[in-house]
Ligand binder design. Structure first.
Ligand SMILES: [Cu+2]
Length: 817
């Protein structure tokens, strides 16, 4: 056999697709075997060459590491050549094993080196990374002192709700239901709320270390059996032993059952009633509006329910069952009498279809079927009311965070912020309120609270024509649903839970319903640059504390802010957003509003908001004063003044400055005009005049349980006579809806408020003492001594953000039913 055949044979076992390997195989066989042994070992060659092919693959792999091209093969290290020249398989395997071991060692060394380098880079990066900001560290520059006595203003706790609820349901001789779905015919525990203690008792406790006033609650019971409503004071908490009926004491008369708000149980019955009476016209509703009457279509209802005291008959306006149904009205309204506590006695009084009235559903059906009524033909349109984003998010707007920790502290229901301190609460009916508001330890305000939000509508359609919403009767505070971090409040705000028991049977938790944050208001509180004669700059950022809640009452959302400024001012602000109330776009409706969407009229209405401001300037002995230019009928400077003077001999006072777009009020003759100036009415403080509204005003607006006009009718002398004074402020705006109210009204331009600002209260602007003050002079531009901004770049930290969570769609009840 010639060596050539051998070469050919071996060639069969080489990788035909790898020239280089072929060469290696041929060389190794030719060079490593004597000719005499070749033929007898042909079969062995096959096995050997399999192993060699395998080893050649290793060598190819190694070469790929150490050689980049074929030419490099010529310069291979000696041990590679030895590998190729080995004549013994064992030797080859040993060589391969050693080689693998060496290479693995090499790789290990490389990994260790890379790891060391990586760690060094990370350490270097970490030393340069911005430290995390102290998110929850309170940094007031002084010890924080909370006043435990603020507990007298605290809302009822979950335990206290249960104590009162248990007490009420066990009163001998009374059978009170706590089930929110109770029918109107039973005695139902509608609400439990804190009974605020008398002001003098509280002041005695706060100012002279007098005893803590008894902690009491008010329980409201709808007596379906007796056709009236009673309010009971229950106390003392935590272990109630007494209750007494305070209805006469508070309202001077019995409250009729018809004055109650429509509760959950009555709503369920109304839905069933409508479902029943609408059945005969299900085809009409489907053909005209695309409404499936068996699927409980949403509706509006007018308030008050009727036109005179004792009425309980309501126009229900159907809407299409879509997101944002408030702006999906259809041309169908139905007037129902639901006065009886027996829902089987309820009646349909009137029906409106396409602007035409009918005496009954049957009447409408007959005329519709006969073709004597102009028909509305339903046409589906895309849901313009949806709030789903029309575009994908592309980024996040600027965020504020605390670079040196929060500068406010919250403990229980008490907040301390720089020079300010106050207690807070959330009334389920009235809404947000603060008490015992102090600046540098001096009380300025005893109570600042939301009282009422009233909307009066104009329309040719009966529902909105008769609508005068009094949200305080529906419950402003109980609609303080969860705030959304980063939208409703700044992302880094502090959130507080509240609880209520109002038509819920058991306490309901409103998670994150209040938020507190300090915020740069976006323009300096003050500043001056001096160029003439003396060069200097003095300024101060307007960083203020905001205490906020947002209440979604049906279609509208009101944003409530109490803002505490470093200049000693407090501001109460409200902004409206959400869906407008609307009606079907009949041409007769255009004098009452613009068309804002397909078949939709946005009806004209007011937003009247009432705040109560119980100002105590250096005690309760205050006088009401006004200032303006001569010949001005309504003075613009309204003051609550003390009888003490500042350094310059002027009465220390606080001024009420109202921001309102409601228009001027026309005082009614004989109704205490002297106490009503512009949007402010001043009365003497009385514990019996706790609020300007009541739970029962909405549905008995003609004979209101609380008649605010009587607060000012008494014509008590308040001018230049020291008394404990309360200011009742009305603010808000007239709303003529326009196309841009679709889908939602925006907060910009839709609000009002009242500012309480010091007026000769201090000897100078107190903010000059703020540590936030900045001062620059020639030569000291870079100094941090009077300018913290100069150091900020070196002190920057990155924010510690809490994860985003939202639980607002869960109803969180506490306790058993
Ligand atoms: Cu509005």
């Amino acid at each position: 056999m010639s060596s050539a055949s051998s070469i050919t044979l071996v060639h069969q076992f080489t990788d035909s697709d790898d020239e280089d390997d072929e060469t290696l195989s041929q060389i190794s066989v030719v060079q490593c075997q004597p000719d005499s042994e070749r033929l007898s070992k042909n079969k062995d060659h096959v096995e050997e060459n399999k192993a060699k092919r395998s080893s050649n693959r290793f060598s190819r792999f190694f070469r790929s590491i150490f050689s980049k091209n074929e030419k490099d093969n010529a310069r291979q290290p000696a041990f590679w050549k030895r590998l190729m020249c080995c004549t013994c398989l064992d030797n080859c395997r040993e060589m391969v094993s050693k080689t693998i071991s060496n290479v693995l060692k090499g790789i290990l060394v490389l990994v260790v080196v890379a790891s060391l380098i990586g760690n060094c880079v990370l350490i270097w990066l970490n030393t340069r990374r911005t430290p995390k900001c102290p998110a929850r560290q309170v940094n007031l520059g002084q010890p924080v002192v909370h006043d435990e006595r603020s507990a007298v203003f605290a809302d009822l706790s979950v335990e206290e709700f249960h104590q009162v609820r248990d007490y009420m349901t066990k009163i001998p001789g009374m059978s009170i239901s706590t089930d929110p779905l109770s029918p109107p015919s039973v005695d139902y525990l509608y609400m439990i709320d804190l009974s605020l203690p008398k002001k003098l008792d509280v002041l005695n406790h706060l100012d002279t270390n007098g005893p803590k006033p008894a902690r009491e609650a008010t329980a409201v019971v709808f007596h379906g059996m007796n056709n009236n409503i009673s309010e009971y004071v229950v106390g003392p908490l935590p272990n109630p032993t007494y209750h007494y009926d305070v209805t006469m004491e508070r309202y001077g008369r019995e409250i009729p059952l018809t004055a109650r708000p429509v509760n959950a149980g009555e709503h369920i019955l109304i839905i069933k009633f409508l479902q029943h009476v609408l059945k005969p016209i299900s085809t009409l509703l489907l053909d005209s509006f695309g409404i499936d009457s068996s699927a409980n279509p949403p509706y509006y209802q007018n308030m008050p329910s009727g036109v005179k005291s004792g009425d309980r008959q309501t126009w229900f306006s159907l809407c299409r069952n879509e997101e944002g149904f408030f702006i999906h009205p259809v041309g169908f309204e139905i007037l129902c009498n639901h006065r009886s506590t027996d829902n089987m006695s309820w009646l349909v009084i009137k029906v409106l279809y396409n602007g035409q009235y009918f005496d009954s559903i049957l009447d409408l059906k007959q005329q519709y079927d006969a073709g004597t009524v102009p028909k509305i033909i339903y046409k589906a349109v895309p849901n313009y009311a949806s709030l789903k984003p029309r575009n994908k998010p592309t980024g996040v707007g600027p965020q504020q965070f605390y670079t040196q920790g929060e500068r406010f502290s919250i403990k229980n229901n008490h907040i301390v912020y720089l020079d300010w301190s106050f207690a807070f609460g959330l009334s389920p009916l009235r809404g947000m309120r603060v008490f015992d508001v102090r600046f540098r330890g001096e009380r300025i305000i005893y109570e600042l609270s939301v009282q009422e939000a009233m909307s009066v509508y104009g329309s040719v359609t009966p529902n909105l024509m008769l609508t005068k919403y009094l949200d305080g009767s529906l419950g402003i505070g109980r609609c303080a649903y969860e705030l959304v971090r980063g939208v409703d409040c700044p992302y880094s705000a502090t959130f507080i839970d509240t609880f209520h028991l109002l038509d819920t049977g058991v306490p309901r938790r409103l998670r994150n319903s209040i938020c507190v944050f300090e915020h740069d208001m976006g323009r300096p509180l003050r500043r001056h640059f001096s160029e003439i004669v003396y060069n200097s700059y003095g300024g101060m950022a307007n960083s203020a504390l905001v205490f906020r809640t947002i209440t979604a009452i049906g279609n509208y959302d009101y944003m409530w802010d109490f803002i505490f400024y470093q200049s000693g001012s407090v501001e109460a602000k409200v902004h409206a957003t959400g869906y407008i109330a609307s009606s079907f776009a009949l041409k007769e409706n255009f004098p009452f509003g613009h068309q804002v969407a397909e078949n939709v009229t946005g009806n004209i209405h007011t937003h009247f908001i009432n705040f109560k401001v119980d100002v105590d300037v250096l005690g309760v002995e205050n006088v009401f004063q006004t200032k303006d230019m001569e010949f001005v009928n309504t003075p613009r400077y309204l003051h609550i003044s003390s009888n003490k003077t500042n350094r310059w001999g002027h009465q220390r006072s606080y001024r009420l400055q109202v921001f309102s777009y409601t228009g001027d009020h026309l005082p009614e003759p004989g109704r205490g005009e002297g106490h009503v100036l512009g949007q402010v009415a001043i009365t003497k403080q009385k514990d019996s005049e706790q609020s300007c509204g009541s739970l029962y005003n909405q549905h008995d607006i003609w004979n209101p349980a609380v008649d605010f006009s009587k607060y000012i009718e008494d014509n008590e002398s308040i001018e230049n006579q020291a008394s404990d004074l309360v200011a009742w402020v009305t603010t808000g705006f007239l709303h003529i809806p326009h196309a841009e109210d679709i889908p939602n009204t925006v907060t910009v331009g839709n609000g009002g408020g009242v500012l309480l600002r010091p007026h000769n209260y201090f000897d100078e602007d107190p903010s000059i003492h703020s540590a936030d003050s900045v001062y620059l002079a020639p030569g000291s531009e870079d100094s941090c001594d009077s300018n913290r901004m100069a150091c900020l770049a070196q002190e920057t930290c990155s924010p510690v953000l809490e994860p985003f969570t939202y639980h607002g769609f869960k109803v969180e009840a506490r306790g058993k039913n």
